[in-house]
Write a protein that binds this ligand. Sequence first.
Ligand code: GLU
Length: 522
Amino acid sequence: MENRRVRVRFAPSPTGPLHMGGVRTALYNYLFAKKHGGDFILRVEDTDQERFVPGAEQYIVEALKWCGIEPNEGIGFGDGPYAPYRQSDRKPMYRQYAEQLVKDGYAYYAFDTSAELDEMRKRMEAMGSNSSYNAVTRQNMKNSLTLSEDEVTKRIENQEPYVIRIKIPRNEEVRVKDIIRGWVIVNSSQLDDKVLFKSDGMPTYHMANIVDDYTMKITHVIRGEEWLPSAPLHVLLYRYLGWESVMPEFAHLPLLLRPDGNGKLSKRDGDRLGFPVFPLSGELLDTKTQQPESFTGYREKGYFPEAFINMIALLGWHSSGNQELFTLQELIQEFSLERVSKSGAKFDPEKTKWFNQQYLRKKTDEELAELFIPVLKEKGISAEKPFITGVCRLLKEKANFVSEFWEQGSYLFVAPTSYDAEVIKKRYNEQTANFIKEVSEALKNTEIFTAVETEKTFKASAEKMGIGAGQVMQLFRVCISGVGGGPVLFEMLELFGKEETVRRLEQAVISIGNGQQRTANS
Ligand code: GLU
């Protein structure tokens, strides 16, 4: 076991879009593999045909690509030596293992119809007893443990439908060692004789999962907490198949909780509180309603994949220090399963925005311009690249998302046609109007049109007119932009240049004179 190359897998079922929790499972697997110089595999577990959702597999692949968590083997990322990586394509290989278990006395054929199963359940429940198919109840059912050998052979020859069930011992301690939780001990009387192989010729999740982990030489199983109850069964399967010496180590990750800590984070919470729980927007069939359902993603909300991944990494794991911002490379270096917590991780939508803001600030103005150009195109705005870059420089400190640049600074592209009424009411009079005219003339004569020089001009004009600069500063801003707040005023002038600045000031005097004001929210 010691010298095996680390091989981990992300094994989603294509039953819907990939939830944030799934992304985190994939991420931790990826980080663990990279940290140990191992392999990260994507395996699609589609044995449950009833819950199969067309398009879900592509969604998962696309989401992992966007997140930059790329498997080095598996569906959508190039086959490795253990192909195929989709369980439905591996169908022929499972039966032999189920049959081996039957031969060795660890599993059996069961012929019970669903009516018979229902009847048994009702009978047991009426008696207040455990109604699962187990060491007690199987004795009264139609299976190869109760029927004669001849009868079993006859039924199989007659092609009667049957399943293969594991034969769980009646009373035995099963121990699972979990890297995050320590020893988890369960008595086998708590387990039931799960179906391993279905009558439709498909293995169940449990059988396929164990066979695949074994044949794909998986060393560590890192998955969500919801699979912890299945782990004792998996341990028994490894034992019964004679694979215990190469059984992977287990690590079950804590749940992602709602912001208030009350229960598991679901799509409904996201819809209600206004945040996405999926990486990408899309529309997929909902298996419950059988209707297509659309959903929003972090990508479409304007999140950077680096910010999303950074945020996800910290949901249930913490670094050795207090650091919160990590590149993927840093995460690889820092990651350890030992620092994953046992208790659920509360999701904080505000903190998620904060992460995006941090990454936005780290981008160069040019990078931001590239991202902003499509937004502008959509609005029908064309501007020179250096100007757009300048706008990004002015706006990036106050925004969480590139999309907010437009909301916060559309006036940088389109001169105002109305002006903040409150500021006008308070500050606009004959004297200040004259000041605007004066400063406008003075700016015409300002040779070097930089933030520093225009500010000097502004102050000189105020002094000349005997007005305190503070008294006219906001009015001046409103004349330039229409609104009372925004980026550093004189940097804005530098970005506009002389001609545009003067044009806006002259227009403002005319418009305000004509009463073109507006109330704060109009
Ligand atoms: N197919 C299972 C899922 O959908 C995988 C569980 C596991 O990783 O063993 O989550």
